[in-house]
Design a protein around this ligand. Structure first.
Ligand SMILES: Nc1ncnc2c1ncn2[C@@H]1O[C@H](COP(=O)(O)OP(=O)(O)OP(=O)(O)O)[C@@H](O)[C@H]1O
Length: 386
């Protein structure tokens, strides 16, 4: 069920338009990541939803409450939203507990008792039960961010807004804290909107990803939909690594430097009823992990019959599960390997001189200079030539 709806949102700074016709539907209890490059308008979107910026057109609804519409501009504190900023922004003169309880009423005795219980509950929830009397200056960056999260969650908001909440943390802490926070938000059944320019963060945390560019939403989908079926080459390259080759459409395949590669055409490739005409020029896109490498064996010889120095690349070193069937295979030479620990990007020179990159699990790496055969694990995507 859609809980938060943003329709036709336009936001400007003076004469300069920043957001144009933004539409979003956030299902209740889900975490949506808005992913886009610096300056595309992510923070502006979050601020408009929070009520910190007026919209010049469009409607924002939370549940059955219209919080922003022509003639309606509900004040931020009346919107029932929690905000987690990039830098925690704790009140330095208050303790951790007072920070967490900041948005909770405490006029009556019953409210003070409930507030105190909620502070204890949230301090435990974010893993800081012994910290309530500490000053914010005595916290690490990660601990401060947890307090900021607890403060935003305390009044049980209808919508959590998170503005690049992990950007200021070091990479190891960032990845640990973001999984923790995502689990916590799910456990609390929070509906959350997070903005980030980090694709790994968006893909690993979110239930849905909205890709944004130049003040507009380019694509909406689950992380897998956005990664595996990007709407444009720009979106493909922004969301992950790509291998791109020019080619020519021919009956469900694209003839390119990899030979004929099975492909699906993306909207915009000229054709009839979504099917491109044979001979249409296209740009083929694959993810590096869709490329499979196997040893370039040209004749069957028992390995035991060969001296050790001349044995071909051992199949187990090339991540050879079952080789995909039905795909064309082409020979290539390994020209370089960018080692990344868990896996590596292996650059391969094809016969015509084109260089492509394949992602290979690290224990199964070939060596520079090895000859390998290349096959494709799944249909590639064909985009219009830009
Ligand atoms: N107060 C302002 N007055 C005028 N222009 C602004 C103002 N704040 C932001 N902008 C402009 O609006 C555009 C969108 O800014 P915004 O901060 O929303 O982008 P962003 O995607 O969040 O970027 P980043 O990832 O770098 O934080 C940018 O071009 C920015 O220069």
């Amino acid at each position: 069920m859609t809980w938060v709806t943003v329709e036709g949102l336009r936001v400007s700074y003076g004469e300069t338009g920043v957001l144009e016709n933004v539409n979003l539907g956030i299902p209740r209890g889900s975490l949506v990541a808005v992913l886009g490059p610096s300056g595309c308008g992510k923070t502006t979107l979050l601020r408009a939803v929070a009520g910190l910026l007026p919209a010049s057109a469009g409607t924002i609804t939370v549940g059955d409450r219209v919080v922003s519409a022509p003639g309606v501009q509900l004040a931020p504190e009346k919107r029932g939203m929690g905000w987690v900023p990039q830098d925690a922004s704790l009140f330095p003169h208050l303790t951790v507990g007072e920070n967490i309880g900041f948005g909770l009423p405490h006029g009556t005795r019953a409210e003070r008792v409930a507030r105190s219980a909620r502070i204890t509950e949230l301090a435990e929830l974010v893993g800081l039960p012994g910290f309530v009397d500490r000053a914010p200056s005595q916290l690490s960056g990660g601990q401060a961010q947890r307090v900021s999260l607890a403060r935003a969650l305390a009044p049980r908001p209808d919508l959590m807004l998170l503005d690049e909440p992990f950007a200021a943390l070091d990479p190891l802490l960032r990845s640990a804290l973001r999984s923790e926070v995502a689990a916590l938000l799910h456990d609390q059944k929070s509906t959350s909107l997070l903005v980030t320019h980090d694709q790994e963060e968006a893909l690993s945390l979110a239930d849905y990803v909205a890709v944004m560019r130049g003040g507009r939403l380019l694509q909406w989908g689950t992380p897998a939909e956005v990664y595996e079926h990007p709407v444009s080459l720009w979106a493909a390259a922004f969301v992950g690594d790509t291998v791109e080759l020019d080619g020519c459409w021919s009956d469900g395949r694209v003839d390119c430097a990899l030979g004929p590669v099975e492909a699906v055409s993306v909207d915009g490739v000229p054709g009839v009823d979504g099917t491109p005409a044979d001979g249409t020029a296209v740009r083929l896109m694959l993810r590096p992990e869709w490329i499979h490498l196997s040893p370039a064996i040209t004749r069957v010889v028992s390995p035991a019959a060969l001296p050790a120095s001349s044995r071909a690349v051992a199949p187990h070193r090339l991540g050879l599960g079952v080789e995909p069937s039905g795909t064309e295979r082409i020979t290539a030479t390994v020209v370089s390997i960018a080692y990344g620990g868990h896996d590596a990007l292996v650059s391969l020179e094809l016969l015509g001189g084109a260089v492509i990159r394949a992602r290979v699990a690290a224990p199964d790496l070939p060596k520079r200079g090895d000859r390998v055969r290349v096959s494709i694990r799944r249909p590639a995507l064909a985009y219009p030539v830009e």
